[in-house]
Design a protein around this ligand. Structure first.
Ligand SMILES: *[C@@H]1O[C@H](CO)[C@@H](O)[C@H](O)[C@H]1NC(C)=O
Ligand SMILES: *[C@@H]1O[C@H](CO)[C@@H](O)[C@H](O)[C@H]1NC(C)=O
Ligand SMILES: *[C@@H]1O[C@H](CO)[C@@H](O)[C@H](O)[C@H]1NC(C)=O
Ligand SMILES: *[C@@H]1O[C@H](CO)[C@@H](O)[C@H](O)[C@H]1NC(C)=O
Length: 386
């Protein structure tokens, strides 16, 4: 019976050894939770936060084409359109919807939809590649782009359950929104251990936004009422007031996220100018992909080149079409009357100086295409990202 002969010091040695093994194993098991803020499943949620007419449809489509991404365009439309109260009143409902959708819980939508909704009840559902392809829909598109007609015919299933199950199979959930005006309400989402949230804040020259908004004034009127909280003002004046709110929100968000970020925002926020994307689409989009942990597939690279270097100049409404992005981003200079340019510059002065949009001092300056109104962004310098 040799084992009875083990002496005390051997026993102690073995116990210490076992203890060390347990500690090592525990450490190994606990590591993902105790040492890193990432949730154990490594999923990433991306809020593409922008404002109307700022290139967010295009940018949303870039993410939508990526095979790792579950994408919904403007889900907050349902909150605003159903409840119709001033924006400040809707902030909590907005946050709750974002939190649920980021966790692939689509039941939150049912509050805002008819009873027993089809998937087609979701705003712009046919624009979402993931809702029009397996596993959400058995129809397999021939090319990576959604055939909206086929999707309409074959994917309009009853209930949201299939889409919800599909959502959890993707590594990234990307939501594109234009109905968020501040970050404070969203702070709990950054602190939620089940989320690994990134914000991409897409901004555009307010003069270009204003010009584009004027062309879409009818469609935007209802949202304008929500932004302004039904203040009574003449229609012409309202356009400037909405612009002022949008510009203020850029300043407020950047102050929170860049100038003095709370610790949970660090490394989770990136601001990007539409004009920089228009000039260097691949470079800018690659850097956004890197920021959220996505790789650029070659087919997507081709699509981006096609979309941004096209010959088209038409105003695409809310559709993405092949256009000359550089040319489009300058269109306000020839089409927006100079007195309107001056007004927009007044209401957006602070945002423009923060974002690096040079002021126009005369009509000649405005028309003279040799002058570049895009300055190197101060923000990039501050962040050291360039
Ligand atoms: C809902 O989907 C079913 C097929 O699943 C279809 O027959 C019906 O017409 C759809 N209803 C609506 C309102 O789209
Ligand atoms: C956008 O595309 C849809 C579907 O392809 C079409 O019905 C609509 O007229 C288009 N809108 C614009 C403004 O081009
Ligand atoms: C796009 O427009 C810009 C400015 O008008 C011009 O310099 C450039 O050559 C155009 N590119 C294409 C591909 O047409
Ligand atoms: C954009 O392209 C159109 C047509 O090619 C041209 O007339 C216009 O001057 C261009 N605008 C700018 C700002 O380059």
């Amino acid at each position: 019976m040799w084992h009875l002969k083990i002496n005390l010091s051997t026993m102690v040695f073995l116990m210490v050894l076992q203890g060390a093994a347990v500690v090592l194993l525990l450490d190994w098991y606990l590591e993902p939770n105790s040492h890193s803020p990432k949730p154990p499943n490594d999923k990433v949620q991306v809020l593409l936060l922008s404002s109307w007419r700022s290139g967010s449809t295009f940018m949303g489509q870039v993410f939508n084409q990526h095979l790792s991404v579950f994408y919904l365009m403007e889900p907050l439309y349902h909150v605003w359109n159903t409840v119709f109260k001033p924006a400040s009143v809707l902030r909590i409902a907005v946050r709750d919807m974002l939190r649920s959708l980021f966790q692939c819980d689509l039941s939150v939508m049912e509050t805002y939809l008819p009873v027993d909704p089809n998937i087609s009840a979701l705003f712009k559902w046919r624009d979402s590649r993931t809702l029009c392809s397996p596993p959400a829909c058995s129809f397999t598109p021939q090319n990576p782009f959604v055939d909206q007609g086929q999707c309409e015919k074959r994917c309009n299933v009853q209930g949201l359950q299939r889409a919800q199950n599909a959502c959890s199979t993707y590594s990234h959930v990307v939501l594109k929104v234009v109905r968020v005006f501040e970050l404070e309400t969203l702070y709990p989402l950054f602190q939620d251990p089940n989320l690994n949230l990134r914000i991409i804040h897409l901004v555009r020259d307010p003069r270009a936004v204003f010009q584009s908004r004027e062309n879409a004034a009818g469609v935007l009127a209802r949202d304008d009422n929500i932004v302004l909280g039904q203040k009574k003002t003449p229609a012409d004046e309202r356009h400037y007031q909405v612009m002022q709110e949008i510009c203020r929100s850029h300043v407020r968000i950047i102050e929170r996220a860049v100038m003095m970020p709370p610790h949970f925002l660090e490394g989770r926020y990136k601001v990007v100018r539409y004009e920089d994307v228009a000039r260097n689409p691949l470079e800018e989009i690659n850097s956004l992909f890197e920021f959220v942990g996505l790789r650029m597939p070659p087919e997507l690279e081709n699509w981006i080149n096609h979309m941004t270097q096209g010959k088209g100049t038409s105003r695409g409404g809310f559709n993405v079409s092949s256009r000359n992005a550089t040319n489009i981003s300058q269109a306000w200079r020839s089409t927006l009357p100079h007195d309107k340019v001056k007004r927009v510059q007044e209401v957006c002065r602070e945002a423009m100086s923060l974002l690096g949009y040079r002021m126009v001092n005369s009509e000649e300056e405005q028309k003279s295409l040799e002058i570049d109104f895009l300055l190197p962004s101060e923000l990039k310098k501050n962040l050291g990202t360039d």
